[in-house]
Design a protein around this ligand. Structure first.
Ligand code: BGC
Length: 746
């Protein structure tokens, strides 16, 4: 061996020894750390780990974990807020015990405030659109994308998971929720939370509970019968909590039965923590805390965004024995266990570049699964490129963008707000935001060779004139929704009803594409040939819509909520508004008035369990489009129903694609309970989304959980199957159920 080679060998050897030494050193230090911080051992259970940390904590450390660090306009601000990641909430960590801070961001259909922070997030279709896909894997992808983008931006907790039932469809947050059925909403929200938490991000389900209208949300007192409560709104939460074990549940602004939700023992302790065995923590909505001792005893674990009640006031209450030490420890334990269980301690956020192109693809694909074809007369859709030579695109801003949902769910529009004047910059509270996803451009890209012209519709006569000379007119109509407001009615705003009618009178081949957060009324329904519900379509919305219009995608979404014929048909023809005495008085620091408690006003949900289709069924009211409805470019037939007569019935049937295109059918299973149960005519008890090639048949089995066939007995304090005859019904919508079989269940 040459001297040179020997030198190289010696150097390599020393390098290797050095690496080995460093490895042993790190390992030894990790071992000492684990020895002194035994809770850092991931093989222990989250509860064991939380208990170990708790033992080491001082009272100040405990209190610091039970509140946020403030938010402009909602609470005082702590100097520690400089360490916030820029999201809605920040709770300090305990570095000496290796407990990281909780960095929270709103994340309903994407990560909020990314623009403010010089970051980027994908906007997915609105949550109600997610529910319209009835696709559990899609729900998981929805959550997984949000979780990935939260982590990439430095957050370890997402505030999303809205699952309040659409009891009041004019609620300005309908787009943020998952429709009117507890089984659909609860199961879909669970899929989303599972997707988020799989990314080591704490998920949250909100707003618990009965925050079903925005008008007077800080002062409204909701009254509802207990059995109806458990079988409706609470069932959606129950399913969500049971199936996904979210790290947090957010208590809402309103009162229920006299007590604020965030100090409501029935909601937080009796139902959530005892009956549903929820082990993680209750976080307040922002500014929804109203007391220290009462809230703590009721089960509120963490106050956000500040520390009006859970700072010094809580410490004093513990020191004076007003709040038992065990109660304080329970709040802390729950937060710690949620952090260990979701992996935010072992896998802290890893900042990285958001996968913009990957995100757009997911947003487009989810929207394609969610679009609902409401009407398609004479097979007007899909458009045939070889036959359509001229298209009129009509509607407000349809040349440049599509509308998005507002409030704390608002995602900053990637590429900038499509219609905000230059310089205006970011999104603003209670101002609509149009995403730069242009229906005109997407249709032009599909309709090669055709003339595609645009008219905003501000002058209906001019729009009708353009439509008259076109082969096809497509009107993009919208209805904007946001937190902090309710819709005045289900009618489209800005004279769009008149616009659609005039265009349809000028051209019988008129297609309406709806960009709405929920149902709208349609005085023009019989005049147009096709109606497509696109919801708030997200970052890649216009391409998804064009893919459906031109048949590259066969629509498969189904309505997660009923479209009624008029506001008068709703359980409450008008929303109860707060009287002046129940509103915040003008002046500085309005949050102080809210924290102190506003005078309550009453909303009584006397329709009880009859939410959505259950109401229209029970009242025999015809509707515009029923729950579960959605057409396809192919046709499906159903046959051969068998129901096994057991407590856990299996419902088996065959679905056939009887048309000539591949498609996916949401096969829905409903049940009518025995008359003695005294329930609405039917309820959804299961479904399956089935992919079928042309001519293909598949046998489908839906396992029905006995809870979904039961009633909630307030005497027995639990779910009970009422013995008797159950009628199972299967088909493609709540009002198209060709298969029926009765079985006796005991
Ligand atoms: C909303 C919550 C949101 C919170 C933080 C509140 O106004 O009701 O849904 O998570 O603000 O932004």
């Amino acid at each position: 061996m040459s001297a040179q080679a020997q030198l190289v060998k010696r150097r390599l050897f020393s390098l290797f020894s050095l690496v080995l030494f460093a490895f042993f050193l790190c390992n030894a230090s990790a071992q000492t750390k684990t020895a002194s911080h035994p809770w850092m051992n991931p093989s222990l259970s989250p509860d064991e780990r939380a208990s170990m940390v708790l033992k080491e904590m001082t009272i100040d450390e405990k209190i610091s974990l039970l509140h946020g660090t403030g938010m402009e306009g909602l609470s005082p601000l702590s100097p520690l807020i400089v360490h916030s990641n820029g999201g809605a909430g920040y709770t300090v960590g305990i570095p000496r015990l290796e407990i990281p801070p909780i960095q929270m961001s709103d994340a309903a259909y994407g990560v909020r405030m990314s623009g403010d922070n010089g970051r980027y997030s994908t906007a997915l279709p609105s949550c109600v659109a997610g529910a319209a896909s009835w696709d559990l894997q899609g729900g998981y992808e929805y959550g997984a994308l949000i979780g990935r983008e939260l982590r990439a931006q430095g957050y370890n907790m997402g505030l999303g998971g809205g699952v309040n039932l659409t009891r009041e469809p004019r609620n300005g947050r309908t787009f943020e929720y998952m429709g009117e059925d507890p089984l659909l909403a609860g199961t879909m929200v669970a899929s989303v939370i599972k997707g988020i938490q799989a990314q080591h991000v704490i998920g949250d389900i909100k707003h618990y509970a009965f925050n079903d209208q925005e008008s007077g949300r800080n002062s409204v007192n909701v009254t509802i019968d207990k059995r109806a409560a458990r079988e409706s709104d609470l069932l959606a939460f129950e399913i969500g909590v049971e199936q996904s074990e979210p790290g947090a549940v957010m208590c809402s602004y309103n009162r229920l039965g006299g007590d604020y939700a965030c100090e409501n023992k029935y909601l937080l302790t009796d139902v959530l923590k005892n009956d549903w065995k929820f082990k993680n923590f209750v976080i307040t909505d922002w500014g929804a805390a109203h007391s220290t001792v009462k809230a703590s005893a009721a089960g509120m674990d963490q106050e956000q965004p500040g520390w009006i009640f859970y700072g010094d006031a809580l410490k004093k209450s513990v020191e004076t024995g007003m709040v038992p030490k065990a109660e304080l420890d329970d709040h802390v334990h729950r937060i710690l266990r949620a952090m260990f269980a979701t992996g935010v301690v072992d896998n802290p956020p890893a900042r990285s570049v958001v996968d913009v192109l990957g995100g757009l693809k997911v947003a487009r694909e989810l929207e394609e699964q969610s679009i609902v074809l409401l009407k398609n007369e004479n097979a007007q859709l899909p458009l045939d490129n070889s036959k359509v030579h001229s298209i009129a695109i009509i509607g407000p801003h349809a040349d440049v963008g599509m509308i998005s949902g507002g409030g704390s769910a608002q995602v900053d529009p990637p590429g900038g707000n499509a219609i905000m004047p230059p310089g205006k910059g970011q999104t603003r509270w209670l101002e609509p935001v149009w995403f730069p996803t242009s229906p005109l451009k997407s249709v032009r890209a599909k309709a090669a060779g055709a003339t595609v012209e645009f008219n905003s519709g501000s002058d209906p006569a001019a729009a009708a004139a353009l439509a008259k000379n076109a082969d096809v007119a497509i009107v993009f109509a919208y209805q904007w929704e946001s937190e902090d407001m309710d819709l005045p009615s289900l009618a489209l705003p800005e004279h769009q009803d008149e616009l659609i009618s005039r265009v349809a009178e000028a051209n019988p081949r008129t297609i309406v594409v709806l960009e709405t957060g929920g149902p709208v009324t349609m005085p023009w329904v019989d005049k147009v040939s096709a109606i497509v519900e696109a919801w708030y379509a997200g970052s890649a919305g216009s391409d998804a819509v064009a893919n459906v219009l031109f048949g590259d995608v066969n629509p498969s979404g189904k309505l997660p909520l009923t479209f009624p014929r008029s506001d008068a048909d709703l359980p409450h023809p008008t929303i109860v508004k707060p009287p002046a005495a129940s509103l915040v008085k003008p002046g500085p620091e309005p949050w102080k008035q809210i924290a102190a408690g506003l005078a309550p006003f009453q909303v009584t949900y006397d329709e009880g369990v009859k939410v959505g289709y259950k109401w229209y069924d029970a009242e025999n009211k015809p509707v515009l489009f029923p729950f579960g409805h959605g057409l396809s470019y192919t046709t499906y037939s159903y046959s051969n129903l068998r129901v096994s007569p057991e407590k856990n019935p299996q419902v088996t049937f065959t679905v056939t694609n009887s048309g000539n295109r591949a498609g996916a059918e949401v096969a829905e299973v409903y049940a009518a309970l025995p008359a003695s149960a005294n329930e609405p005519p039917k309820r959804l008890v299961g479904w399956s989304k089935v992919q079928l090639k042309p001519g293909e048949s598949k046998e489908v089995t839906v396992d029905v959980n006995p809870k979904y066939l039961s009633i909630y007995s307030t005497e027995q304090h639990g779910w009970q199957l009422v013995p008797g005859e159950y009628n199972f019904m299967v088909g493609g919508s709540s009002q198209n159920l060709p298969l029926k079989q009765a079985v006796s269940l005991n």
